[in-house]
Design a protein around this ligand. Structure first.
Ligand code: NIG
Ligand code: FE
Length: 414
């Protein structure tokens, strides 16, 4: 398929060459071309430029994007998209005043999701996840990371990861998978160390054997996994080629950031609880700090200190954390709104965080996250909107008109 999009009011996030990531002050710069064209060919970005420089070409399909913007598809680098059921009963407990920890202690939380997932067949789980995958495609996401962590037995963790991989095979989404056996300790284990032994001796080798994941994660938090346990699990994963990506500092200053840097994690995610030492630890590292404002919004916790982190020269990524317990929303545009409204990021900073920097956090920086010749043709065309700042400004609005993934026009979004 060969598509020309012409008369684009503004082509956003145009980068001549791939960049590692956008950090610190540079996050405020978002390169665009007004009155532009974009040529997509053989699944890749072939050419782009100002309409004045449009070469004479004939293409199979031409789209007139007058009054519309074109952006690279969002890259959502942290989700738990595969789960059995929503948990709105806990939502009601929460409204009535119970904390996340209290809900978990009452039989809710991650263990509740695990109990439901263990009873579900792989095919049924896939059908449930597929609905969410299609939903996020309509929200403008083109690449997504999906974690396990609601299985908590070897068989069920493998089942989750197979389903996640299948989402990548049977939809146009680019999927990367993460093994998160260390999400919570099942009730049947009196000793946490016995469950950690299972992760290390049985789960990690089985995940690697079937090549089901490229990353390994742990929920490094009080009441879940300590920094030492997290480090041990990350190091064992690395022996099998799994690269660390860690849930860190969500509910408390957990030591997760430092473990992430020490184990050379691709990213440390959440970061609601950050001190100066955590910011310092990240400086000079190759670890992407990833903010998940949907979880802070839903749980009513404080938001990460995004401005302090950018002032310290750090890059920031923004992802949804789409999951049934702390962030039941897979809409990246709403994360942009939360970033701007709650963390005082500018629209430019938020868009950089949700495209190029999340691409880094999934090791897709060479192929995704910007309008760059040779990158994968993953873009969305907006409805008639005045500017890219309108996307975070009009929180909750449906701003996307058409989605193109891998150079294929998958059509109008309703
Ligand atoms: O990223 N923090 C740990 N895991 C998820 C929540 C899991 C759940 O409550 O189901 C998160 O917020
Ligand atoms: Fe998460």
């Amino acid at each position: 398929m060969d598509i020309l999009i012409k008369n684009i009011k503004e082509l956003v996030q145009v980068r001549e060459t791939p960049v590692k990531w956008i950090a610190g002050k540079d996050m405020a710069e978002l390169p665009t071309i007004s009155n532009a064209f974009l040529h997509l060919k053989n699944g890749l970005i072939a050419n782009y430029g100002s309409m004045a420089d449009l070469p004479a070409i004939t293409t199979q399909e031409t789209i007139d994007a007058t009054d519309r913007l074109v952006l690279p598809s969002f890259v959502d680098s942290h989700t738990h998209l595969v789960f059995a059921a929503s948990r709105e009963e806990e939502f009601v407990y929460k409204i009535k005043g119970m904390s996340y920890e209290e809900i978990a202690a009452k039989g809710g939380g991650i263990l509740n999701s695990a109990a439901k997932l263990q009873l579900m067949s792989e095919d049924e789980l896939f059908e449930k996840a597929l609905v969410r995958a299609e939903e996020i495609i309509g929200f403008g996401t083109g690449a997504v990371e999906i974690k396990s962590g609601y299985g908590l037995t070897t068989k069920d963790e493998l089942k989750m990861l197979r389903v996640a991989k299948r989402i990548g095979q049977e939809t146009p989404l680019t999927v990367k998978t993460t093994f998160l056996g260390a999400h919570a300790v099942p009730k049947s284990y009196a000793k946490k160390s016995d469950y950690i032994d299972l992760i290390i001796k049985e789960m990690i080798p089985a995940v690697a054997e079937e090549k089901l994941a490229e990353y390994i994660d742990a929920f490094c938090e009080k009441g879940f996994f300590t920094p030492d346990e997290t480090e041990l699990i990350m190091e064992e994963g690395k022996k099998y080629g799994l690269k660390p990506k860690i849930h860190a500092n969500q509910l408390s200053i957990s030591g997760g950031v430092q473990v992430g840097v020490k184990t050379n994690a691709i990213s440390v995610d959440h970061l609601e609880a950050m001190g100066e030492a955590e910011i310092k630890a990240l400086q000079g590292s190759d670890t992407m700090p990833t903010l998940l404002p949907g979880a802070a919004f839903y749980l009513g916790t404080s938001f990460p200190p995004a401005r302090d982190m950018m002032n310290a020269g750090l890059p920031l990524a923004l992802a949804t954390d789409y999951n049934p317990g702390s962030a039941p929303c897979g809409k990246m545009a709403f994360m942009l709104s939360l970033a701007c409204i709650k963390m005082k990021m500018t629209p430019e900073e938020a868009i950089n965080a949700a495209t190029l920097n999340t691409a880094y956090a999934m090791e897709l920086g060479q192929t995704h996250g910007s309008i760059t010749k040779g990158k994968v043709a993953n873009v969305f065309i907006t409805k008639k909107i005045p500017s890219y700042a309108y996307i975070p400004y009009a929180f909750g609005a449906d701003v996307i008109d058409q989605v193109i993934l891998n150079g294929e026009n998958i059509g109008k979004i309703h």
